[in-house]
Design a protein around this ligand. Structure first.
Ligand code: DGL
Length: 265
């Protein structure tokens, strides 16, 4: 099938977390037109039920695809992906890339065989995560913690607020408290908001390597779009919000990701 060079890649998250997936894609495919959609009206996803997510996400993505005609969609959200990836794939005719916890690379890297999975409360309870842990980290102790606080901290950081290190440390404490004896040496950032707090997390979890899916997803997108035409000049990215208009400071932060046009859905 012929692909229109102007057809964008669509990224989708509840808020600003998916920017941590968009960024490595932008670096790998600098001419790719990008549309970033934040379902801010329903943020945060991490405290919602499976039923709510499974009903909402495919419908919203359907509307976005109709309007923007992307060549590929990326669910840049672990919560939505671990719950609704199959529903979205069934509803759309374009390739859909999901973001699921990077347990496999974490297990490959761990020496102590104790790894952490830091996600949202909804993500860490998913059977999808049980399955990944069983398949790829069978000989590891897999500690899990769902944090709504870290999601909110990442949103505040992108909105230009100063984040106190004590807040990050308090939010990861419940994960650290689960370690007994053998230390955890790798943590999976199983929520796309969390790489936005990488420095604070490194301080709060010294000696613990952080693993997330962003770079792998960028490579997957490059593979799925190989041979397709792109615009000659990089085009202006679009950010779409389902909720209230973003603040001026957030608009500035979005500009740093190449997203210069703001729309409402
Ligand atoms: N960024 C999302 C994730 O990867 C969800 C954050 C939220 O809305 O709770 O899970």
């Amino acid at each position: 099938m012929m692909v229109d060079p102007a057809a964008p890649i669509l990224f989708f998250d509840s808020g600003v977390g998916g920017l941590s997936v968009l960024q490595p894609t932008r670096e790998l495919l600098p001419h790719a037109p990008l549309v970033y959609a934040a379902d801010s009206a329903a943020y945060p996803y991490g405290t919602r039920t499976e039923q709510e997510i499974a009903a909402r996400v495919p419908a919203l993505l359907g509307r976005l695809v109709e309007r923007h005609r992307p060549r590929l969609a990326v669910i840049a959200c672990n919560t939505a992906s671990t719950i609704a990836l199959d529903h979205v794939r069934a509803a759309l005719e374009i390739p859909v890339v999901g973001t699921v916890p990077a347990i496999k690379p974490a297990a490959e890297q761990s020496r102590t065989r104790v790894i952490g999975v830091l996600g949202t409360p909804a993500t860490v309870r998913q059977p999808y995560v049980d399955d990944l842990a069983e398949r790829f980290a069978g000989d590891c102790q897999v500690l899990r913690h769902g944090s709504v606080e870290l999601v909110a901290l990442a949103e505040r950081k992108l909105a230009g607020e100063d984040i106190a290190q004590a807040e990050v440390a308090a939010a990861v404490r419940p994960l650290l408290d689960q370690t007994a004896g053998t230390p955890m040496d790798v943590v999976v950032l199983a929520c796309t908001h969390f790489p936005l707090l990488a420095e604070g997390l490194a301080q709060a979890l010294p000696g613990v390597a952080q693993v997330d899916g962003g770079a792998g997803i960028a490579r997957r997108i490059a593979y799925l779009t190989r041979g397709q035409p792109w615009p000659v000049q990089p085009s202006e990215g679009i950010a779409i919000f389902t909720g209230p208009a973003p603040t001026e400071r957030l608009v500035g932060a979005l500009g740093n990701y190449g997203l210069h046009r703001i729309e409402h859905l």
